[in-house]
Design a protein around this ligand. Structure first.
Ligand code: MOS
Length: 765
């Protein structure tokens, strides 16, 4: 994964317990609150409607923004007439490149700079040039949202069009210019794979395609923005709070502490809730108008302005001996990445970690088109990558006449197949055992098309999922012990619905030896200690590392305050542990003093410490990946070609599970995204014009309740000794492998091998 590569460049403080040879985190086993089912602390406010989302923050004198989007992909604005819009009812101003304030280009997101959030490198409303179809050419501010939307329709723009590159096939032939480092990515040539493929007794060699996809969180992007005394205040919906604040400071030439971003609740993110042009344009327009501005992107504006997943075309060739052992794994392909785009969708990294092949030949090419920048989306890289690799594995099993689980068992990697690094923990085959038992895999018939109920052909399929572990260096947490001895944790971390505060409250309670009701966790504001983005399935580990580091400092500080007049007198910080709301001797549990007593005797009303996650050096020594086994049972109508997924089972091997309820919810959500990817989701791009045509939920189909079958979620719950709390990430892995399991089940049901997503019924009749 690209994220891991970035993190490797950064060093910092790392708790010794996670280094090779170090002692694993004691909370792997010593758990009271952790591991339990626990409802989300933010749940009651959300259910009551009391949780305030970015577009709901009340503000006096508010103006509403609407965007006018370009209708060409490349060229210049030749003529711009905003007079009718300016004269429309309620309009306060119209901002275009002619009157927009001077804006810097935001620094771009990346793990070597966790304080940046930009997704592209283009100027924003600074000149008449058009760089993609959908770029914002005018911002209308009005007293109501409806007035702004109406006036936006009155803006007249005439363009001088220039030739644009908007066709994937043409782009494949030109790709990038040779000097670009983006021509080739992830090249791996190990063990003479082409020869081994040619000589293999059994082989498959096929091309798989995944389409353009767009983000569709329940809450479209929104921000309520106000300038107060020269400071910029943004109530945002973001999974990059500090990074957005830092980037806005750069764009507007402000000091870091002159931008405040608050984002306590996010209505779904999945990679998209980052900084795109809308916060910048909203803040610029607010500055120009001298009034607060609310930006709430329509679905159409979202699709034109916030990137989605790139289209991919992947060739996978597998060669095996008669026992099914992989001799060669070739993974070649094209993806689209406009030159100005930041997101790196490394689908070709997937096949390097899953199976012990004797040889590898891997390379990925990026096509440069005049389109909106890509976004990180629901397991970028691994999600399209597992579709190709895991369908190919199914094809190989069929060619060998072997059960697909058995094929994976024979090729299960016992260490990293490329680097040779040992796994920190890996029990993917145990996940297969759990999942196979749950779905009743023994009922599957190997012969495709051999199970039928009336017009319905019934089939089962399976596939592996994978996602790498990482942590975000610099992620920090403050622990404050108050006079009552209660603990308050604070960090600028993010809540997109996954239960961030809930799980870290469980963690802090166990870490500090407190009951749950004596711990609070506050997140979601840039004024709190720095947190890296909620991305790469890494926030839980990052925050856990920060809280753990803070707890170490806390013990030292408390011992200093405790002095000599304490039952703990004479002990070193390493000789005490947190227990029963205080510190006690490791050797003699009777020697104990409570936090409240230590603070009272020291005349302190509270004590605060900040701890920080260092760089994840453990991934330099260990191969650390969450893995899964996904199972599907479905039926296909031989009259209409309709696919009905009856069951999905996901068995996950992600280390320790920290909260059964929030984890199950996250896995299921991810699997539903995989279901959408498999069956319905496709952004319709008019390749003649670079125009996205599917800009509503009527055109872009995400699964609704009736589309979603029974989903069973299971886990191995085997601790990873190298990960904080024994837990690797669970955020993105739910989606990986699902589309392949469904496509493989379609083949088992019908004998038709579909290699192009989505699996729509026209492809089956
Ligand atoms: Mo994830 S695609 O890093 O939100």
């Amino acid at each position: 994964n690209a994220i891991v590569g970035g993190v490797r460049a950064v060093l910092g403080h790392v708790p010794a317990s996670w280094l090779p040879g170090g002692t694993p985190d004691p909370l792997i086993d010593k758990r009271v609150a952790l591991g339990r089912q626990q409802s989300r602390v933010d749940g009651p406010d959300k259910v009551r409607g009391a949780a305030q989302f970015a577009a709901e923050v009340p503000m006096e004198d508010l103006l509403y923004a609407a965007f006018v989007h370009s209708t060409i992909a490349r060229g210049n604005i030749a003529d711009l007439d905003v007079s009718a819009a300016e004269a429309a009812p309620g309009v306060a101003l119209v901002m275009t490149y002619r009157n927009a304030p001077k804006l810097g280009v935001p620094p771009t997101v990346g793990l070597t700079n966790l304080k940046a959030a930009g997704n592209h490198t283009l100027p924003i409303m600074q000149d008449p040039e058009i760089r993609w179809n959908g770029q914002v050419v005018a911002v209308v501010l009005a007293e109501t949202r409806e007035q702004a939307d109406h006036a936006a329709t009155l803006v007249r723009v005439r363009y001088d069009s220039a030739p644009a590159r908007t066709r994937f096939e043409e782009g494949k032939n030109s790709a990038y210019t040779p000097e670009s480092i983006l021509v080739e990515r992830n090249r791996l040539d190990k063990g003479d794979a082409r020869r081994k493929l040619a000589e293999a007794a059994f082989k498959v060699d096929a091309v798989y395609r995944t389409p353009w996809e767009n983000h569709n969180p329940i809450e479209p992007h929104a921000a309520t923005i106000v300038w107060r005394d020269g400071k910029l205040i943004v109530h945002d919906a973001t999974q990059m709070i500090n990074a957005t604040a830092g980037s806005l400071a750069k764009v507007f030439g402000l000091k870091a502490d002159e931008v405040h971003v608050s984002s306590p609740y996010v209505g779904g993110g999945f990679g998209a809730k980052a900084m795109w042009d809308h916060q910048i344009l909203g803040a610029a327009a607010a500055k120009l108008a001298g009034r607060p501005v609310r930006v709430t992107l329509s679905r159409a504006s979202m699709h034109r302005l916030v990137g989605g997943r790139m289209r991919t075309e992947q060739r996978v060739a597998l060669g095996a001996d008669a026992e099914g052992r992989l001799k060669a794994l070739l993974h070649h392909g094209y993806g689209v990445k406009p030159r100005h785009s930041v997101c790196d969708e490394g689908f070709s990294l997937t096949g390097r970690s899953l199976y012990a092949s004797e040889s590898f030949d891997v390379v990925q090419h990026y096509v440069d088109l005049d389109l909106l920048a890509n976004s990180f989306m629901r397991g970028p890289g691994e999600t399209p990558g597992t579709f190709a690799i895991e369908c190919a594995m199914d094809e190989l099993a069929h060619a060998l006449g072997m059960d697909p689980i058995e094929l994976r068992r024979r090729n299960a990697a016992t260490r990293d197949p490329v680097s040779g690094a040992p796994h920190s923990q890996n029990a993917m085959m145990e996940a297969y055992d759990l999942g196979a038992a749950r779905i009743g895999w023994s009922r599957r018939t190997a012969e495709p098309g051999s199970r039928r109920e009336g017009e319905w052909l019934i089939g089962m399929g399976c596939a592996s999922g994978t996602f790498p572990f990482t942590r975000m260096p610099g992620t920090s947490a403050r622990i404050t012990i108050d006079g009552n001895g209660d603990a308050h944790v604070a960090s600028a971390a993010h809540e997109m619905g996954m239960g961030t505060a809930t799980v870290q409250r469980q963690h802090a309670a166990d870490r500090l030896g407190l009951p749950l009701d004596r711990v609070t966790v506050t997140i979601g504001d840039s004024s709190l200690p720095f947190a890296g983005l909620a991305g790469g399935s890494s926030q839980t580990a990052s925050l856990a590392a920060a809280i753990s580091a803070a707890s170490g400092k806390l013990a030292v500080q408390l011992m200093r305050l405790a002095g000599n007049d304490t039952p703990l007198a004479g002990l070193k910080p390493s000789e005490v542990e947190f227990a029963d709301g205080g510190l006690r001797s490791v050797d003699d549990p009777a020697r104990h003093e409570s936090f409240a007593s230590i603070l009272r005797r020291a005349g302190r009303s509270e004590l605060s410490v900040v701890g920080e996650s260092g760089a994840p050096l453990e991934i330099l020594k260990f191969s650390m990946h969450s893995t899964s086994a996904i199972f599907c049972e479905l039926r296909v109508s031989d009259v209409t070609g309709e696919i009905r997924v009856d069951r999905l089972v996901g068995a996950f091997d992600c280390g320790r599970i920290l909260n059964a309820k929030t984890a199950a919810s996250q896995f299921k959500g991810g699997m539903i995204m995989g279901l959408g990817m498999a069956l319905t989701e496709e952004t319709l791009l008019d390749e003649r014009t670079g125009r996205i045509m599917s800009t509503s939920l009527a055109d872009y189909h995400v699964p609704v309740h009736l589309d979603v079958p029974d989903i069973d979620v299971l886990w191995t719950d085997i601790p990873d000794p190298r990960a904080p709390l024994g837990a690797r990430g669970i955020g993105e892995i739910g989606t990986t492998g699902v589309a392949a399991a469904i496509a493989n089940a379609v083949f088992n049901a019908t004998g038709k091998r579909l290699r192009d997503l989505p699996l729509t019924l026209d492809k089956l009749i």
